[in-house]
Design a protein around this ligand. Structure first.
Ligand code: NDP
Length: 280
């Protein structure tokens, strides 16, 4: 039976550490402030934004909320970002994705100052990650590293296979595993014989975006399996990219969905907000 990696408990531990640090900073008159921008009324985005604000409150981070109508022009949004970039009392800026159709997501994200880019999506921060310099790191893959470390799972020297090469999960995930001295392989939709590659993995990170895609036939006995995927099924239940019931018996450790990687994303966002005002 696999060890269940409890993302809920680990994310709470991370948030409690942040809370202690922000209280210490507050006593020196320093407060981290996150500006959250939401354009439009997408219900899922509204929930994400609400959860981010709640986490800020828990961690002692001030949050400013900008909720703009769906027909806001790109120019107006860029003006707001420019204003927030210039404000000394704003340390982090987050634009909730997806943006309404017609807006150039890259242009908007690139407009955020790299020093306030707490999502870690700006090309400058992506570049810093790839050359091993300190910068903001994309929250979901950063959360995966915390899950592994805090579960005492050694990464150094291990065969790490990442399935998925998106800019927000797969690519930064591979960079972070490499930084931790893993031997990293990245798979994608053009990978020939995916099973042959995934079966080599000591640590398998799955971010495909397809419900229950990875079953036991893709997994080596005793592998650590991290499921980044999240899907709502027709019966209302959540599931990941991994077929949990099939994989759990062969894995040595596994993240559940929900309660695995998901809660870590917000915790690492809070971590990035904190690091926007202090070095360690
Ligand atoms: P994307 O759709 O951007 O990327 C999916 C990747 O999977 C692509 O690189 C694609 O390859 C690859 N892929 C698709 N089909 C296959 C296949 N049959 N074999 C091998 N590779 C394949 O997804 P994201 O990275 O944004 O997200 C992945 C999952 O993680 C989603 O379920 C998403 O909801 C979830 N997610 C969860 C978060 C959390 O907080 N828990 C945060 C972010 C995402 P190619 O590049 O060739 O097209």
């Amino acid at each position: 039976m696999a060890k269940i990696i409890d993302g809920k408990a680990i994310s709470l531990a991370v948030k409690d550490e942040i809370k202690a640090k922000t209280a210490e900073l507050a006593s020196k008159g320093i407060t981290a402030t996150l500006a959250v921008i939401l354009v439009g009324e997408d219900p899922a985005s509204q929930v994400y934004v609400k959860n981010k604000k709640k986490a800020c409150e828990y961690c002692g981070i001030r949050s400013l909320s900008y909720e703009l109508p769906a027909d806001t022009s790109e120019e107006k949004l860029l003006e707001l970002i420019d204003e927030l970039n210039k404000r000394d009392d704003v340390n982090g800026i987050l634009v909730q994705l997806p943006l309404p159709k017609g807006m150039d997501e890259d242009k908007v994200l690139d407009a955020i100052s790299p020093d306030k880019d707490v999502d870690g999506f700006h090309p400058v921060n992506v570049g810093k990650l790839s050359i091993g310099k300190k910068g903001f790191v994309s929250c979901t893959p950063a959360g995966v590293i915390q899950l592994l470390k805090r579960s005492d799972i050694e990464i150094s020297g291990k065969e790490c296979v990442v399935v998925g090469r998106s800019n927000i999960v797969g690519k930064p995930m591979s960079m972070l595993l490499l930084k931790e001295n893993g031997t990293v392989t990245v798979c994608h939709s053009r990978t020939k014989d995916l099973k042959e590659v995934t079966k080599r993995a000591d640590i398998l990170v799955v971010a495909i975006g397809k419900p229950k895609f990875i079953d036991a036939s893709y997994v080596k006995d005793g592998a650590v399996v991290i499921d980044v995927g999240i899907h709502r099924m027709e019966d209302g239940k959540l599931c990941g990219d991994v077929d949990y019931a099939s994989v759990e018996p062969v894995a040595s450790a596994i993240t559940p969905v929900p309660g695995g990687v998901g809660p870590m994303t917000i915790a690492m966002l809070m971590y990035n907000c904190l690091s926007s005002v202090c070095e360690d």
